[in-house]
Write a protein that binds this ligand. Structure first.
Ligand code: 13P
Length: 268
């Protein structure tokens, strides 16, 4: 049969994305050593995007260790929504761009809980990132109490409702959503694949209802929360899960490389 004989419905290809969130770990020299080690363990593949998010202070050394036009991208863990000004202790999107960042994590639950970030502030950060050409990795997720009350999905969509408010379709196309249930972060208790898939599907439906089906089909939704080399295979096997936001397991080059390789060979 010839290609023209078949009715071909284009399915958008969502390239898996594995993000290592280093949190407050690794000095500049430790970052460089880690990256040299990681690069030896991995082979680039068009089938998976990889992003490392070191602390601000290690971005420059990480960028140098990756080298120019590296296949591994850099991101930051936070940003301020203004471009510059009297905001002691803050860092803007343009500063991150100059350090070769392409991505930035926004609204991580640790920022929400420990540093009082509110949904409205997170929305401003998402916008600021987009204006400067950074892809925001927007984190959302329910607390244990919300899950136990049967409100996991409504808690997540309530966050998205504010965090993504007013974005045009082209803007949303650059956003990555990371579903990180708070009870799964750093606890060793990852969501089951079924639990993650259920919330991912409701996030995709939320995007479809608010924008359209093309955007919903194209947006990447990552899972985060106690992802390990042991559970990555099952999580990434699902078509609903487009990658992982990895915390603890990304600090060890062997375990992070294993998770990246699992993504690279997924449904191969
Ligand atoms: P853990 O993988 O350590 O649970 O952390 C997840 C996380 O918060 C990534 O942003």
């Amino acid at each position: 049969m010839h290609a023209r004989d078949t009715i071909h419905i284009e399915k958008p290809v969502r390239i898996p994305l594995i993000v290592g969130n280093w949190k407050m770990n690794k000095t500049p020299s430790e970052a460089a050593a880690f990256i040299r080690d990681l690069l030896e363990r991995l082979t680039p593949s068009p089938k998976t995007d990889v992003v490392l998010t070191p602390p601000f202070t290690s971005l420059e050394s990480a960028s140098k260790a990756l080298g120019p036009s590296s296949w591994i991208n850099l991101g930051a863990q936070n940003l301020h929504w203004e471009q510059q000004g009297a905001f002691t202790g803050e860092v803007s999107a343009s500063m991150l761009r100059e350090l070769n960042c392409r991505y930035v994590i926004v609204g991580h639950s640790e920022r929400r809980m420990l540093f009082g970030e509110r949904d409205e502030t997170i929305q401003k950060k998402v916008r600021a990132a987009l204006v400067q050409g950074l892809a925001p990795i927007l984190c959302v997720g329910e607390s244990l109490a919300e899950r136990e009350a049967g409100k996991a999905t409504s808690a997540v969509t309530a966050q998205l409702d504010v965090n993504l408010a007013g974005l045009a379709q082209q803007e949303l196309a650059s956003v990555i959503i990371a579903y990180e249930p708070v009870w799964a972060i750093g606890t060793g208790r990852a969501a089951t694949t079924e639990q993650a898939v259920a919330v991912h599907q409701s996030i995709r439906s939320f995007v479809e209802a608010g924008w359209n089906s093309t955007t919903a089909a194209a947006i990447r939704i990552l899972y985060g929360g106690s992802v390990t080399p042991q559970n990555a295979e099952s999580l990434l096997a699902s078509e609903a899960i487009d990658g992982a936001l990895v915390g603890g397991a990304c600090l060890n080059p062997d375990s992070f490389a294993t998770i990246v390789r699992i993504a690279q060979t997924r449904r191969a």
